[in-house]
Design a protein around this ligand. Structure first.
Ligand code: ADP
Length: 631
């Protein structure tokens, strides 16, 4: 019998396959089982209109058997089967049956890289990653002849007639020889096989059966003191067949959803929210998404993997398909199952897939809508969500140059000084007083330290609400937002707080009065500050240190932690209240004890630095200063 060569393109692909282009070679079983399931689909469909098939829906199954002595693994199905032409056309040319024609495409692309391979369903050939010899024994429905296809790899294949009683296909794989690095015997172990089936093919619609070796007490020794054990074999169905996400919502209990989530995504805590969605249109899919109740311990490390599990009609394609989620919703876990995704293999390919893009878009919208409705209808849970993942949404506003801020801004919460709880920007603006021009925020280490900021006094007097921000990302987030509902967002340290004129502006007379003080302080402090100005924001405090321009003290701190060598420094402005007793006291020494006046001045700066949460320039100098004044 003459050996036929694989078509040349297939041969190249096969070479790559045999030399294992996938690191993940265990997926071969998924591929073979998925083909079996497709073949059953076809016959099952036929049986609906053709009585001669003689099989009912429940008669269809896939059987797995492993023979350790001969090192063979066999996958059998009672699906549609193949005749000689089918064998030639389907197994002689790679992926000829797929939606793409490998042959044509390879002509266009004319390159032999793996990307091309990834674009085609090359399922069957993946068996060559683990097998050195493959035999396909098959009988097509409606044909009275059966065939045997045989190949040991790239050098070709043979097809001969054979005998087979029943319709369907057996794929017999002789495993590769073990090497020092690779143990192929594991694909003969029932434990390994059953766990691979659970992992990749659990939701195949037909039972996947395997004879499982079990152990039991021998009947005749049951009552003796030393019972003896014996092995026995029992056929078991290894897959659960119906994916939970394919079931109607009313048929699944909350507990089942929760258990599914905890088992699949290895969390001890039930999810905060389960979202199920079914989309039909340009792309059809079902998805089941979860918002975890707690921040995963590795969430902010590079070990955390963003992504959803991707299935194609119940067959697992990817464990972590990153492209299905936007970065700002990276905390979402879940599965997506779409018949529109083909069983393609390489990540690179999936990335390009327009289908995925489309799904990402609709999933993003769904997640956003769910969060919005949680915010409106279930504030208690939203607050929990916020404490677990709120920072992620703020990062989302900042990243990609603020591209997503419009989408996310209504989901943000900030602590309100007036309401003493987290509120939305909408809630803030809705309760703004008529004469209030801006949205105010203040940053600091904690709510308590912010609350003590001297600059807040005037705002408090006006009964204006201030958002207290304690996270690193907050200030960047505010700077990205710029505005909300036509209102500018301003730091309380900003020069212009939009307060009624007479409260902040100095009169000419006052200016003249304070000129001497300002000049003295500027001279004394030198380049320690960039300016000294009179502030009318201050009431009971003598001084405050503010940052001018874009960089605040919080940002300065942040940049210096990230890059200690960077030497980033906010522009320091010392604002003074010339009517405050201590400022007056300083000025009273100008003529009598200039050194004492200078010490007072330096001390005022140090106090301002402390209040602003900025490190004092030189702690030794500061201590000496205080000690000298205590004399
Ligand atoms: P794909 O499944 O993506 O089309 P494969 O290389 O896995 O590519 O399979 C090629 C073709 O071989 C299938 O489309 C199918 O027509 C046929 N085939 C593979 N396995 C079986 C089987 N168990 N029963 C019937 N036909 C099969």
């Amino acid at each position: 019998m003459a050996k036929k060569e694989f078509k040349s393109e297939s041969k190249r692909l096969l070479d790559l396959m045999i030399n294992s282009i996938y690191t993940n070679r265990e997926i071969f079983l998924r591929e073979i089982i998925s083909n079996a399931s497709d073949a059953i689909d076809k016959l099952c469909f036929k049986s609906l209109t053709d009585e001669n098939v003689g099989l009912n829906r429940e008669d269809f199954k896939i059987e797995i058997s492993a023979d350790k002595d001969n090192r063979t693994l066999t996958v059998s199905d009672n699906g549609i089967g193949m005749d000689q032409d089918d064998l030639e056309n389907n197994l002689g040319i790679i992926a000829s049956s797929g939606s793409y024609k490998f042959k044509q495409e390879i002509g266009e692309n004319d390159k032999e890289n793996i990307d091309i391979i990834g674009q085609f369903g090359v399922g069957f050939y993946s068996a060559f990653m683990v097998a050195k010899d493959i035999t396909v024994i098959t009988k097509k429905y409606g044909s009275d002849k059966a065939y045997i296809w045989h190949s040991t790899g790239a050098d070709g294949y043979t097809i001969e007639e054979t005998d087979k009683d029943t319709v369907g296909t057996d794929i017999v794989m002789i495993l590769k020889d073990n090497t020092d690095e690779d143990d192929y015997d594991e694909y003969l172990e029932q434990y390994k096989l059953s766990s691979l089936i659970k992992k990749y093919s659990d939701y195949i619609r037909y039972p996947i059966e395997m004879e499982m070796k079990r152990s039991r007490v021998k009947e005749e020794t049951k009552d003796s003191e030393k019972p003896e054990y014996e092995d026995y074999y029992e056929k078991e169905t290894l897959n659960s067949m119906v994916p939970i996400w394919q079931k109607a919502k009313k048929d699944v209990t909350e507990e089942e959803y929760n258990n599914f989530y905890m088992e699949k995504f290895m969390d001890y805590t039930a999810p905060l929210k389960t979202i199920t969605t079914s989309v039909e249109g340009v792309v059809t899919y079902k998805a089941m998404l979860f918002i975890p109740a707690k921040t995963p311990f590795n969430y902010f490390t590079k070990d955390y993997k963003k992504g959803l599990q991707l299935y194609s009609s119940g067959v697992l394609i990817m464990d972590n398909c990153e492209d299905l989620l936007p970065e700002h919703f990276r905390f979402v876990k879940g599965v997506v199952d779409s018949p529109d995704v083909s069983l393609n293999i390489s990540r690179e390919m999936l990335q390009q897939d327009r289908v995925l893009k489309q799904m990402e878009k609709t999933l993003e919208k769904k997640i956003k809508n769910e969060l919005t409705s949680m915010l409106k209808k279930d504030r208690e849970n939203y607050d929990k969500f916020w404490s677990a993942f709120g920072a992620q949404l703020k990062y989302g506003c900042v990243s990609e140059y603020g591209t997503h801020k419009d989408e996310l801004q209504n989901l943000l919460l900030f602590y309100s000084s007036k309401q003493k709880k987290n509120i939305t920007l909408k809630e803030y603006t809705e309760s703004m007083k008529e004469e209030q021009k801006y949205i105010y925020y203040a940053t600091g280490e904690s709510i308590e330290t912010i609350d003590r900021l001297p600059v807040l006094e005037l705002l408090k007097d006006n009964d204006f609400d201030v958002l207290y921000l304690t996270e690193e990302v907050d200030e960047f987030c505010m700077q990205a937002l710029i505005k909300y509902a036509e209102k500018d967002i301003k730091s309380v340290l900003n020069d212009d707080l939009g307060l009624p004129e007479d409260e902040t502006k100095e009169t000419e007379e006052e200016k003249k009065d304070s000129e001497g003080t300002i000049n003295f302080m500027k001279e004394t402090l030198g380049d320690k500050v960039s300016d000294v100005v009179v502030s009318k924001k201050l009431k009971s405090y003598p001084v405050v240190l503010t940052a001018k321009g874009g960089m605040s003290f919080e940002m300065e701190k942040y940049f210096n932690t990230v890059n200690p060598e960077g030497g980033m420094k906010a522009t320091r402005v010392l604002e003074i209240n010339p009517n405050h007793e201590t400022v007056k006291a300083m000025m009273s020494y100008i003529d009598t004890d200039i050194e004492r006046a200078k010490s007072y001045c330096k001390l005022l700066l140090a106090q301002a630095e402390l209040m602003a949460g900025v490190e004092i320039d030189n702690t030794a100098d500061y201590t000496n200063l205080v000690l000298s004044l205590m004399k």
